[in-house]
Design a protein around this ligand. Structure first.
Ligand SMILES: N[C@@H](CCC(=O)N[C@@H](CS)C(=O)NCC(=O)O)C(=O)O
Length: 272
């Protein structure tokens, strides 16, 4: 098979993952266990020296960066209509994808790993975390406003499901991980739930095994003891390696905590 997508469960690679499914592409999803630091392995670094997912491999060609991968998938499967054909509409959708990628996504990184920006000073970390959380909530508000303006059955990517919808889903999920209740964004939350039910998206959610409402899982279950142990710094043990590495791990947490499961082998095809 010529096409391979390297992904981390619940990571931003969810975006191209869903697009490949929506396009009906023949591809091999390859799991990279970010929480185990597999992105730093020589095998993975040979594919992407930046140690990040997503990576789309097409034969001998390697494509990285969500915006580039989205454009590549759209060009390769034009009949899927993943992006609007109208140039202006298309530019608007890609503008939204770019904004999530270059603004919302890094804000999450600052909430999740403030030490990446301010070093070991605990007070500075807490201050940045709180400020980034506020900023992130505002950014979700912008997505909420866009979702509220959608016509019935419409998408953030135009008339059909596309990259902006998938990325908005990821962003709202990540908010839940950091204590932002998706229900505070009713139009966006309703949209995200509708998107999650689309068959190609539902297949990816199933494959990646990601709970949609991370807030409920992480914050609202007061009745039972949480089974996930945290280190004194508040991190789950699995995250320690990426914290030490200094590379923000925005996706390794909580995705493995949802339910016990056998760990699939790594950097090899996972079940489709
Ligand atoms: N701008 C990059 C962002 C990629 C990125 O941040 N990927 C994260 C997952 S969401 C990653 O692989 N992190 C590796 C790590 O946590 O060590 C893109 O568009 O592909």
């Amino acid at each position: 098979m010529a096409l391979h997508l390297y992904y981390g469960p619940g990571a931003c690679s969810f975006v191209p993952h869903t697009l490949l499914e929506a396009a009906g592409a023949e591809f091999e999803p390859r799991l990279v266990k970010l929480h185990k630091g597999e992105q730093f392995s020589p095998e993975f670094k040979a594919i992407n020296p930046r140690s990040q997912v997503p990576v789309l491999v097409d034969g001998d060609a390697v494509v990285t960066q969500i915006a580039a991968i989205v454009g590549y998938i759209d060009a390769k499967f034009p009949e899927a209509g993943l992006l609007p054909a109208d140039p202006l509409e298309r530019a608007r959708v890609m503008g939204l994808v770019a904004w999530i990628n270059n603004t919302v996504h890094p804000t999450f990184g600052q909430m999740f790993k403030p030490q990446g920006s301010v070093g070991d000073d605990e007070a500075a970390q807490q201050a940045l975390k709180a400020e980034a959380k506020k900023r992130y909530a505002g950014q979700l508000r912008e997505l909420e406003d866009r979702a509220a303006q959608l016509p019935a059955g419409g998408f953030l990517s135009g008339a059909r499901f596309g990259p902006a919808d998938a990325y908005a889903l990821v962003a709202l999920r990540w908010g839940g991980m950091m204590g932002i209740d998706p229900e505070g964004y009713p139009a966006l939350w309703a949209h995200v739930q509708r998107v999650a039910e689309l068959p190609p998206v539902a297949r990816v959610i199933e494959r990646e095994r990601v709970p949609l409402n991370q807030f409920k899982k992480a914050y609202a279950r007061k009745d039972s003891k949480r089974s996930v142990k945290r280190t004194p710094g508040g991190l789950r043990p699995g995250c320690a390696s990426s914290m030490v590495s200094g590379v923000p791990c925005c996706c390794a947490t909580s995705f493995t905590m949802a339910r016990p499961r056998p760990e699939p082998s790594t950097l090899v095809p996972s079940t489709r």
